[in-house]
Design a protein around this ligand. Structure first.
Ligand code: AVJ
Length: 314
């Protein structure tokens, strides 16, 4: 039942996106098993500074971060939106165990295989912490937690996942997140900062071709799951970065005029050089982050930077 529901949503979203006058696909669909594995490799590639920067913050500042929370909340559950493999979060979780300020970690992720992996592997690394992973989208899972776990919370939204929304969408998301929390709860969000534009562009155009493969995998996923006949070779990976707006957008460009069909007979026509908009990875200034939080009803507490000030956990 659930699988069919998810399959039909994927199909609906793909058809809607590729039938639009300006074709697009949704980045949440990058993360099937192949996409998860490619994203792991991206996180370790030399150009992708984000993971290194945020790992440094969590390795060095988890104590400070938790101290700021325990100043007003002695004990809280740690909920993580888009936990992935939790490889950075583990530093904060271990510190929380040592400080005895949290006994439950609730990772939420769209990837069922990631959640199964976390539920299986984390308890051994975090003796005394209950790990209750949930697979699904953020808002439905937060709504579920609001009634099932009405405990004080620290919500983690790390890794610049918020960057997949444009600023107005991010603002709406934070307002919605705010409605699922209680006064006194905390949120720690990872933002990638505006910086040397070339450094940003290189992070989304790695020499090893991992980001290219990551984008093309979504076309291949459409082939695997929806019986599509995309030819990955007929699309070029094309990222752009606008230093004013802070939007880094990835496109796949059709190299020729072509028609793609799905197993239900739906078809999509591409002109030569027609783009598919794949993803935005929005970058922020420190001032913009403060405005975004306040507009949604949050009170800024503290900003934690890596030593090169590439990234901020706020
Ligand atoms: C998971 C959304 C933070 O935008 O940097 C990495 C995804 N895409 N390389 C990002 C991604 C291409 C990543 N986020």
């Amino acid at each position: 039942m659930e699988v069919t529901l998810i399959d039909s949503l994927f199909r609906q979203d793909v058809i809607r996106g590729l039938s639009a006058p300006q074709k697009y696909l949704l980045p949440k669909y990058f993360y099937d098993a192949t996409g998860d594995a490619l994203f792991q490799q991206i996180m370790h590639c030399p150009e992708y500074y984000l993971t290194r920067a945020e790992t440094e913050i969590l390795q060095q500042k988890s104590g400070e971060i938790l101290q700021a929370c325990t100043a007003t909340l002695p004990v809280f559950d740690i909920v993580e939106l888009g936990a992935g493999d939790a490889s950075k979060t583990i530093y904060l979780l271990q510190e929380a165990l040592a400080r005895r300020c949290s006994r439950q970690y609730i990772p939420i992720d769209i990837s069922a295989s990631m959640i199964a992996h976390l539920n299986r592997s984390l308890p051994a690394q975090l003796p005394g912490m209950r790990v209750s992973g949930l697979c699904g989208e953020y808002i439905p899972m937060l709504a579920h937690l609001q009634t099932s776990q009405p405990t004080p919370k620290l919500v983690l939204f790390l890794g610049a996942t918020i960057g997949n929304l444009l600023p107005d969408e991010a603002s709406a998301f934070f307002r919605s997140l705010h409605t699922f929390l209680n006064p006194g709860d905390y949120v720690l969000t990872g933002f990638d900062l505006k910086k040397n534009p070339q450094l940003i562009l290189d992070a989304y155009n790695d020499k090893g071709g991992l980001t290219r493969a990551f984008n093309l995998n979504l076309l291949e996923r459409i082939n695997r799951e929806l019986g599509g006949n995309f030819e990955a070779d007929a699309f070029n990976h094309f990222p752009v970065y606008d230093p004013m707006s802070g939007a880094c957008k990835s496109y796949l460009i059709s190299t020729c005029q072509q028609r793609v069909t799905l197993d239900d007979g739906t078809h999509f026509d591409f002109d030569r050089n027609e783009p598919i908009y794949m993803e935005v990875s929005q970058k922020y200034s420190v001032a913009e982050i403060g405005q975004l939080g306040r507009k949604a009803g949050f009170t800024p507490v503290e900003t934690y930077f890596d030593s090169e000030r590439l990234f901020a956990d706020v």
